[in-house]
Design a protein around this ligand. Structure first.
Ligand code: IMP
Ligand code: MG
Length: 187
C-alpha cells in the first residue's frame, strides 16, 4: 500500500541547503588545495557516514572540483525508533589505508558527539596528513546532549534541539528522501 509522508514542518528548505552545501564545498576545496600546496601532498579521501550523510555527500562532492575518493563507513547509533543516541556501533567499511591522506569525515548531524568522536579517533590512529570534520547540521548543545566534545571544522547549519528528518536524516529508517530538513509534527 502506498503510504503518505508524515506531517512535517520545514526547518531548512532545499534551496537554502543547496546554497550552503555549495559554499561548504568551495571552502573545503580551497582549504584542501592549500594544505596540499603548503603542507603534505597527500591524496584527498572523503569518509561519509552512512546512511545519513548519503545525500549531503552526494551534493558536497559535486561542489568539489578536485581529485578525491569516497570511502563510506557504516555506523549506527539510533536503533529503531530511538531518538537519542544509544551508543555507537561500527558496522563496517572503515578504511585502514589512510596514512598520509587528507581525510574529510562527513556526517549529517552532530548530536551527542559519540559518532564523530569515535570516527575521529579511528582516523587519527592511522597517521593521516590531516583530518577535517564536516557536518550538515549541528544540534544545540546547551541542553546537555553533547556527551563527547568534538571539534567540527565545517558546519552547514546550527539547529535547535529538535528531532529532524529529511535530506538523508531518518526516523526508524524512513523519510530520508524528504528534500527539505523537517521537524516531525505530532500526528
Ligand atoms: P551522535 O553520535 O549522537 O552525535 O549522533 C549522530 C547520529 O545520530 C547522526 O549521524 C544521525 O544519524 C543520528 N541523529 C542525531 N540526531 C538526529 C536527528 O535529529 N534526526 C535524525 N537522526 C539523528
Ligand atoms: Mg548517522
Amino acid at each position: 500500500m502506498l503510504q503518505p509522508m508524515p506531517a512535517t514542518r520545514v526547518l531548512i528548505p532545499r534551496d537554502r541547503i543547496a546554497h550552503r552545501v555549495a559554499e561548504l564545498g568551495a571552502q573545503l576545496t580551497a582549504d584542501l588545495l592549500q594544505a596540499q600546496r603548503t603542507g603534505t601532498d597527500g591524496r584527498i579521501v572523503l569518509v561519509p557516514v552512512l546512511t545519513g550523510a548519503m545525500l549531503f555527500v552526494a551534493d558536497l562532492v559535486r561542489a568539489m572540483p578536485v581529485k578525491l575518493s569516497i570511502r563510506p563507513v557504516t555506523l549506527s547509533s539510533y536503533p529503531g525508533t530511538a531518538t537519542s543516541s544509544q551508543g555507537v556501533t561500527i558496522q563496517g567499511g572503515v578504511p585502514t589505508d589512510l596514512a598520509g591522506a587528507h581525510v574529510v569525515v562527513v556526517d549529517d548531524i552532530l548530536d551527542s558527539g559519540q559518532t564523530l568522536a569515535l570516527l575521529n579517533r579511528l582516523m587519527l590512529a592511522q597517521r593521516p596528513a590531516s583530518v577535517r570534520i564536516a557536518v550538515l547540521l549541528r544540534k544545540d548543545a546547551s541542553t546537555g546532549r553533547r556527551v563527547e566534545h568534538v571539534e567540527v571544522d565545517y558546519v552547514g547549519f546550527d539547529i535547535p534541539d529538535e528531532f529532524v528528518i529529511g535530506y538523508g536524516l531518518d526516523y526508524d529508517g524512513f523519510y530520508r528522501n524528504l528534500p527539505d530538513v523537517c521537524v516531525l509534527e505530532p500526528s
